[in-house]
Design a protein. Sequence first.
Length: 389
Amino acid sequence: MRMTILSPVADRLSKLAIELPSWAFGNSGTRFRVFPQRGVPRNPFEKVADAAQVHKHTGLAPTVALHIPWDRVEDYGALAKHAEENGVTLGTINSNTFQDEDYKLGSVTHSDDRIRQKAIDHHFECIDIMDQTGSRDLKIWLADGTNYPGQDDMRARQDRLADSLEKIYARLGGDQRMVLEYKFFEPAFYHTDVPDWGTSYAQVTALGPKAMVCLDTGHHAPGTNIEFIVMQLLRLGKLGAFDFNSRFYADDDLIVGAADPFQLFRILVEVIRGGGYAGPGTVFMLDQCHNIEDKIPGQIRSVLNVQEMTARALLVDRDALSAAQAVGDVLTANTILMDAFQTDVRPALAEWRASRGLPEDPMRAYADSGYAAGIVADRVGGTQAGWGA
Ligand code: AOS
Ligand code: ZN
Ligand code: ZN
C-alpha cells in the first residue's frame, strides 16, 4: 500500500465521523421557491435509509440527526432499529420552535408564560425522544428575537432565556447534553436572543458542564475569523458541536467547503490543535439544504470535502510550525501551513478508501448503484417530506 502522503496520519484520519441532518434529504428551498425532487423521502424512515447510503459509500457518516416535529414518529425504537439495520445510528435531536403560530414573538424567551412553557415542554418531548433513540445531544437553535428597536426588552428576554434553559437543562439525563446554537440574524433582523458565541457561552456556562456551544459556520458576519472562535471555545472546553455548511452571503446552507475551502481548512487546523478532533466532546454535524442539486450526492460531496480538508489539516507539520513560531519566523510559519493546505490528498484518499473496502470514488459508486432510480420508482404517492413535513 502506497498512501505515502497520508501514511503518518492514516490512523487519525480513520477516526473522522460526520453526522448527517435528516432534513438534507427532504425537499427544501428558499423563501422564494421550494423545488421538489422525485424520489425524496416520504417519512423519517426513508430519510434515514438515504442517509445510510452516504455512509455506505464513504464510511464517514455513521449517525443521522433528527429534527422534531419534522421527524416525529410513533415508535422511535423502531426508527433506531431501522437505522441500525441500515448501518447507521440516530444522533442529535434538534428542537424546533420556529414553525408554530404561537412563537411569532418568541418561544423560550416569550413574555407570555403559557407560550414559554409550551416551548419548554417541546424540549422535554425532545429529551423523551432522546431517551428512546439513545441520542446523547439536544440541539437548540432559536428563532427568537425582534425586528424593531424598542419592540421588546432585550434584557428581560435574556433573563427568560436563562430561566427556560435552566428548566430544560434540569431534565437532561446523566449522559445527555445540550448544545446551544447562535446566529446573529434571521428570521429576526434587529436582534436575536442568541446572536453570538459569547452569548451562547455565557448561557451554557451558567447551566453547567452538560451544556455546550454549537457553532454553525454560516452564522457569522462576513469577515469574521471563525477559526479564532473555534480556538477560544475549545480553550474554554465548550465547543460541543459544529453545524458545517458554507456561505457566500448569509446563511446559505451550501455544501461545506464549496465557497471557501481554505476557511474549512483553517477551522479544522484549530479543531485539531485544540483537541476537538475525533473525541466525544465536539460533534461534526452538517446543516445543509440541497435545493437545486441531488440530495444524496450532495451529502456525499460534503463529507468528502470535510475528509479532504481534515487530511490536509492533519498534515500540518506541527513541530516545524511551533519552531518557526517560537523564533518569530513569519514567512516560514505561514509557508508550513500553506504547504499542508496545498497538498493534493485526493489520490491518497482514494487509496485509503480502497484499503478499507470502500469505493475509491464514492460519487461514482453511488451513481452506478441504481439507488437513485430505485427511489424514484418506489416512492410514488404520499407526501414528500421536506421542511415542515
Ligand atoms: C438555523 O438557521 C439553524 O442553522 C438551525 O440549525 C436549524 O435548525 C436548521 O438549519 C434546520 O432548519
Ligand atoms: Zn444550524
Ligand atoms: Zn442556519
